[in-house]
Design a protein around this ligand. Structure first.
Ligand code: CP
Ligand code: NVA
Length: 321
């Protein structure tokens, strides 16, 4: 962090940023993506290094952060539990103190949110949540940008995040890190989440970190959650770290498969999203995820563009203002 820069920000949960900061980030994302598509070099992070710490597997998060940082002129250090002292019980606080003296920004994918928070509390540089058991804010950032690209306003006058207000997102499946993050986004940006989970896998508003339960409605039947929705979304039945529950979950989630019937009761122009990786025939049918309403490939690509905007914002502040 350069001397004189304003207070350092982390991105540990979706609610760490305000609505107007999201409007700014989406505008920057649009510009950064435009430059990328036009092969225009943009290297504002040429002297910066990102450390990526993975305690769980990843394809999209790894590639999007690593490619994004190189495109912006920076460098990347990749650490996992298996190839660092993190796997040999070095305290997370000590790891944070050391790593953050050598790099400019850190992305972590880990288990408990508490571990990420403890790292951030001892870090000299901004820390980004690359997924925890509780939250996945970079994914929702990409999902919202993808929605704005397909159904919102990204015109020359700027990004109108107001068009998200009053919209309905149907969440079909586990009350997990993705669901919790959707709820935080709904509370900040003024839309409603229709949540349908099997019994025993419900949302816990305390874990989701929302101020009130006004941003979501619960439906026993996933068809009812999808009725009139602008966006239908789901996720794996078994998240990373919960593999021991796989068989029990397969039974419990059998009716929570997003299929053509569910999409048919959503709005005719409804989109389908999935953070991926997907299991066709489990949480979604091949017909839906490979069908015309699905925007999952744009959603995956946009991880890189939104995260470039996020790193730019956390490291350089607002550009051109
Ligand atoms: N959606 C997502 O975070 O994918 P990876 O687990 O591949 O990073
Ligand atoms: N809920 C899933 C998301 C994977 C990107 C998990 O935590 O494994």
């Amino acid at each position: 962090m350069k001397p004189g820069m304003s207070l350092m920000k982390h991105y540990l949960q979706f609610k760490d940023l305000r609505a107007e900061e999201y409007a700014y980030l989406f505008e920057r994302t649009r510009e950064i993506k435009r430059r990328f598509k036009n092969y225009e070099k943009y290297t504002p992070l040429s002297d910066r290094t990102l450390a990526m710490i993975f305690e769980k597997a990843s394809t999209r998060t790894r590639v999007s952060f690593e490619a994004g940082m190189y495109q912006m002129g920076g460098s990347v250090v990749h650490l996992t539990t298996g190839d660092s002292q993190l796997g040999r019980a070095e305290p997370i606080e000590d790891s944070a103190r050391v790593i953050s003296r050598m790099v400019d920004i850190v992305m972590i994918r880990t288990y408990e949110q508490d571990k990420l928070e403890r790292f951030a509390a001892h870090s000299r540089v901004p820390v980004i949540n690359g997924l925890t058991n509780e939250f996945h804010p970079c994914q929702i950032l990409a999902d919202l940008f993808t929605y704005l690209e397909h159904r919102g306003s990204l015109g020359p006058a700027g990004v109108d995040i107001g068009c998200l207000r009053g919209k309905t997102v149907a969440w079909v499946g586990d009350g997990n890190n993705m669901a919790n993050t959707w709820l935080q986004a709904a509370e900040i940006l003024g839309f409603t989440v229709h949540v349908s989970t099997p019994s025993g896998y419900e949302i816990d508003p305390a874990v989701a970190g929302i101020r009130s339960t006004g941003c979501y409605k619960v439906f026993a039947d996933p068809m009812d959650a999808c009725r009139g929705a602008d966006l239908v979304t789901t996720d794996v039945w078994t998240s990373m770290g919960f593999e021991a529950e796989n068989e029990a979950r397969k039974q419990a989630f059998a009716d929570w498969c997003v299929d053509a019937e569910m999409m048919a009761v959503a709005r005719p122009d409804a989109l389908f999203m999935h953070c991926l990786p997907a299991h066709r025939g489990e949480e979604v049918t091949a017909e839906v995820i490979d069908g015309p309403q699905s925007v999952v490939w744009d959603e995956a690509e946009n991880r890189m563009h939104v995260q470039k905007a996020l790193m730019e914002y956390l490291l350089l502040g607002r550009i051109g203002r």
